[in-house]
Design a protein around this ligand. Structure first.
Ligand SMILES: Nc1ncnc2c1ncn2[C@@H]1O[C@H](COP(=O)(O)OP(=O)(O)OP(=O)(O)O)[C@@H](O)[C@H]1O
Ligand SMILES: [Mg+2]
Length: 536
């Protein structure tokens, strides 16, 4: 028998319903973000608590509050005159046909409210055991045990965002979701792994130093590591599948555009870059870097402003110190470039982690991510067009999801207009490519891009601007605001958008031994081999 938590006494569809909490209920166990079910006459209304308050039937009572020793008076008051209320925001309702539909009506006065049960949670969010393999357990509602699932198929239909201030568990959440996508083969992933936290292992903060397994360790056959810093990968006990070497010729002015604010480059410097390209094509960068003393004459020869050329030269000169860039002639790397190798893996459905090792500067991260993504995207446009032409199922490209951290650096209003990541976010995976953006400062992301994000997973945020940013374009945002503000500082998140049937707060699934077991195939190949040996 479910225990009643309270009854609805007033409220409205837009502002939420007021529940009077049952006398004697453990008030301090009822928290904002809690997932409740209101039993109307014909519908069940699934709601989240967005606010809590204290009330009295008669204000005079407050003039003479009982002392702690007046136990009897206290008890009497609690039975009738003093009580607590909660605001419940209904997010979804279920009719007798058990189909979830948007809330268009309200329950009557005194409708009873219960904690949602396991069956209801599974009905709403899907069940991981479903044969379609599209549901992935991401955590449990507050103070409950039944898993809330993300619909992975819907997740891959749009670009998505994982937000939260530092240390809230964004990277852990991202790794969980990527593991789900890899295990259930719902998308191929390219992960720009700035801090080497996705591949082999990652540090887990806590009382004592410990490590968790990375995606390569969990899914050896389905993941390859491309490394900019192979020595660093080796030091961590792995070996990269591919060492990244890129020719200068692969750098286009568009890739530098995204670095404009990072390098403090003036727009005129970019114009100068285009002038070099007009004359030297692919060799623009190697030609510029070879100038040294002759910058002034060089500027004159292409009709650029000498100061702009000098600035460009000064800022880009640092590329020469990076060992993963070579100044080889175009032909030398054309035949089998690193990016061609990536495309081959992607075609086979193998996921790619790009490790930056000790090259953790934003400059390098932005440049490399732009270069690689631009090429992959171009390739995907060609694939999509081929598929649209032939309409053969075998030509349909695999869905690709690109994960970037520090997303506001790629998608701030200035960069979003010009760079490849802005293009991908806006075109809504017309070409089968979408983004998974991870960021601690969502207010830095262009508003239009934010509004295109399909599913948002939001851990604690304190900054008012950031809260506002993640809630732009969300219906009933003012109700969710208080929930966001009261999340724990770790391992809790509000899920909302395309991949969840209704907004819900979860306690994130623990990334540890149980999770590794769940990700391993029920019977591994090794176990089968052993069984076969035993039998024959
Ligand atoms: N699902 C989880 N399972 C186990 N531990 C977790 C989980 N989520 C978070 N943690 C703990 O919280 C710590 C911080 O998480 P994480 O590194 O993902 O934060 P972050 O939001 O990415 O921080 P930053 O912005 O600094 O990158 C982890 O080291 C781990 O100890
Ligand atoms: Mg992180």
């Amino acid at each position: 028998m479910k225990t009643e938590i309270g009854r609805i006494i007033s409220g409205s569809l837009t502002d939420g319903l007021t529940m009077r909490i049952t006398a004697g209920a453990d008030l301090e166990a009822i928290k904002t973000g809690k997932f409740l079910s209101i039993k109307g006459n014909r519908h069940r209304f699934f709601s989240l608590i967005t606010d809590l308050s204290l009330a009295v039937t008669n204000p005079d009572i407050l003039l003479f509050p009982p002392g702690p020793e007046e136990k009897l008076l206290n008890e009497l008051l609690q039975q009738r005159d003093i009580y607590a209320t909660a605001i419940l925001k209904p997010m979804l309702m279920l009719g007798s046909d058990q189909q979830p539909v948007p809330v268009k009506t309200i329950p009557p006065h005194f409708a009873p409210v219960f904690e949602a049960d396991a069956k209801e949670v599974a009905l709403i969010f899907g069940d991981e055991k479903d044969a379609s393999k599209k549901f992935f357990n991401i955590g449990v509602p507050l103070d409950m045990q039944t898993p809330v699932c993300l619909n992975l198929e819907r997740l891959t239909e749009r670009s998505n965002g994982i937000f939260g201030k530092t240390g809230t568990g964004k990277t852990f959440l991202t790794r969980l979701i990527l593991a789900g996508l890899i295990k259930n083969e719902k998308a191929v992933n390219v992960i720009f792994d700035m801090h080497s936290e996705y591949g082999l292992q990652a540090r887990k903060e806590g009382k004592e130093q410990s490590f968790v397994k990375g995606l390569k360790t969990l899914f050896n056959d389905k993941v390859v590591i491309f490394s900019l810093d192979p020595d660093s990968t080796r030091r961590r006990g792995g070996s990269p599948d591919v060492e990244i070497i890129l020719p200068y010729q692969a750098i286009q002015v568009e890739d530098i555009l995204s670095l404009q604010s990072e390098l403090n480059l003036h727009a005129t410097a970019m114009e100068a870059a285009y002038l070099i390209v007009a004359k030297y094509k692919h060799e623009w960068l190697s030609t510029l870097l070879a100038q040294g003393e002759n910058l002034k004459e060089f500027a004159n020869s292409i009709g650029a402003h000498p100061e702009s050329i000098a600035a460009l030269y000064r800022k880009l000169k640092r590329l020469e110190r990076l060992p993963f860039f070579t100044n080889a002639a175009v032909g030398a790397h054309k035949d089998h470039s690193v990016i061609d190798q990536m495309m081959e893996y992607i075609d086979k459905g193998i996921n790619i982690i790009i490790e930056f090792g000790n090259y953790t500067s934003t400059f390098i991260y932005l440049l490399i991510a732009n270069m690689i993504t631009r090429r992959i995207h171009k390739n995907y446009i060609a694939k999509t067009e081929r598929f649209l032409g032939s309409q053969k199922a075998s030509d349909e490209p695999k869905k690709l999801m690109i994960t970037i951290e520090e997303a506001h650096k790629f998608l701030n209003p200035q960069a979003a207009k010009q760079t490849i990541f802005g293009i991908i976010a806006r075109e809504m995976r017309k070409y089968y490519v979408s983004l998974l953006v991870v960021d601690q400062r969502p207010s830095g992301i262009d508003e239009e891009i934010l509004s295109q994000i399909g599913t948002k997973i939001v851990a604690q945020l304190n900054d008012e601007k950031d809260i506002q940013a993640v809630l732009t374009g969300v219906a009933g945002a003012h109700n969710l605001r208080s929930i966001l503000a009261s999340l724990d500082s770790k391992k809790q998140a509000l899920l909302l958008g395309h991949a969840v049937t209704m907004p819900v707060v979860v306690q994130t699934r623990e990334y540890g031994e149980d999770f590794y077991r769940a990700m391993a195939d029920t019977v591994s190949k090794k176990q089968i081999d052993e069984l076969v040996k035993e039998l024959f």
